[in-house]
Ligand binder design. Structure first.
Ligand code: MLT
Length: 394
């Protein structure tokens, strides 16, 4: 007999966004005359920046010539791109990252789940609640024990030893940011308690507030304990072409059962070398061309466009007393469902009344029950139309 990994039986039947995608297809099939506005999954809608397209074309040209053709990339990405990232994402902020600490890959989603391969099974991990479902599912698959952080402000110190704490700021789904002071407490706690922090900063490009960080390494000593995950999906609109990177500092040590200290970096490298053949050269070159030419303003234009949509939605729901007016630091609005509806009832209410699809808050965890997430990644016209549809009735 062939046995399964029983942990898979502990997962919800469908991955959250797969279920929403099915609901969307059903609705479109059954209501061909209605125009559905999709504000559910955080997926970009604007075309790639001109410098990215130019980079793709240059990469294709390079691959078309014998002299410039390149085969497999290094498993952690090409040095030409690493150099730009190290300079422009880190050195500029006073952070020193070595080439060996930077792993360029296809997506944060895969790095953040696959990195668990190098750890023991049955870890205790702490996750925010509500939280990006990939962290939950990938830990369930490993058979890890999950502790939920109900309130990020008061969570530490804990009685129980925690192996890994996941922090996502600006937060998906709530959009909340973390103050430098609070993040420092997490870093200090991690150093004292031999805990590793996984810091997901996929949305750092959306930050408007000053009292927060773009990188956890802005906090003193964070390189001793924190792994940082960054993605070009939202920052550069790379959802169709895929590219991300992970920083695993050389200082972070984990232990073998025979009490040897081993650098997490060396294990992650070993994992990458074995299981991956590096990111796509074309995707790397697409972002390289933006960095090299310093055309970050092209990326910022798209981010500003999405932030404008998010602000319109936030202002609308604030006026309806469905959310507290907060500064906008992410492409998401996190609203309280109308009339104390639960998240899925509100999902169907929004779909059937306004032909608007969003994401039920409970899909991000129990503390998301009664909440709903909408994104600013739609078009400006769709966002305005969505607000007009809801204006009188919600
Ligand atoms: C989301 O909508 O939460 C994310 O964009 C989905 C993802 O990044 O996988």
């Amino acid at each position: 007999m062939v046995y399964i990994n029983e942990n898979y039986l502990n997962l919800n039947k469908n991955y959250l966004f797969a279920k929403i995608s099915d609901e969307k297809s059903n609705y479109v099939k059954n209501n061909p005359q209605k125009k559905l506005i999709d504000l559910s999954i955080g997926d970009v809608t604007l075309p790639l920046a001109p410098s990215s397209i130019e980079g793709i074309n240059k990469a294709c040209y390079n691959l078309s010539k014998k002299e410039t053709f390149l085969g497999y990339p290094p498993s952690s990405g090409h040095e030409f791109l690493k150099k730009e990232i190290i300079q422009k994402d880190y050195k500029k902020r006073g952070i020193s990252i070595d080439y060996s600490e930077l792993f360029i890959g296809d997506s944060s989603k895969s790095d953040i789940s696959n990195i668990l391969d190098v750890f023991d099974n049955k870890l205790t991990v702490a996750l925010q609640n509500p939280v990006y479902p990939v962290y939950v599912d990938s830990n369930i698959i490993r058979g890890n024990k999950i502790i939920y952080i109900d309130d990020v402000d008061t969570f530490i110190p804990q009685k129980e030893h925690i192996d890994i704490i996941y922090l996502c700021f600006p937060n998906n789904p709530t959009g909340r940011i973390i103050s430098k002071e609070l993040l420092k407490k997490y870093v200090d706690y991690a150093i004292e308690s031999d805990t590793i922090i996984f810091f997901d900063s996929a949305y750092e490009a959306f930050i408007q507030d000053k009292n927060t960080v773009h990188s956890i390494y802005e906090i003193e000593n964070a390189k001793k304990v924190a792994v940082e995950f960054r993605s070009f999906s939202k920052t550069a609109g790379f959802t169709p072409i895929r590219l991300a990177y992970t920083v695993v500092p050389n200082d972070i040590m984990i232990h073998s059962r025979s009490n040897k200290k081993i650098a997490l970096n060396s294990l992650f490298k070993r994992l990458k070398d074995t299981k991956y053949n590096g990111p796509s050269y074309i995707s790397e070159y697409a972002i390289f061309n933006v960095y090299k030419s310093n055309n970050f303003n092209e990326l910022q234009e798209n981010i500003n466009y999405y932030l404008r949509n998010t602000t319109l939605l936030a202002d609308f729901f604030t006026s309806k007393k469905m959310m507290n007016s907060l500064s906008i630091n992410s492409p998401y609005v996190w609203i309280k469902c109308k009339d104390n509806m639960n998240s899925w009832d509100f999902f169907y209410y929004m779909l059937n009344t306004f032909s608007i699809i969003g994401t039920p808050g409970v899909g991000f965890g129990t503390n998301g029950e009664g909440y709903f997430r909408l994104t600013g990644f739609g078009s400006y016209e769709d966002t305005v139309e969505a607000i007009n549809r809801m204006k009188e009735k919600i």
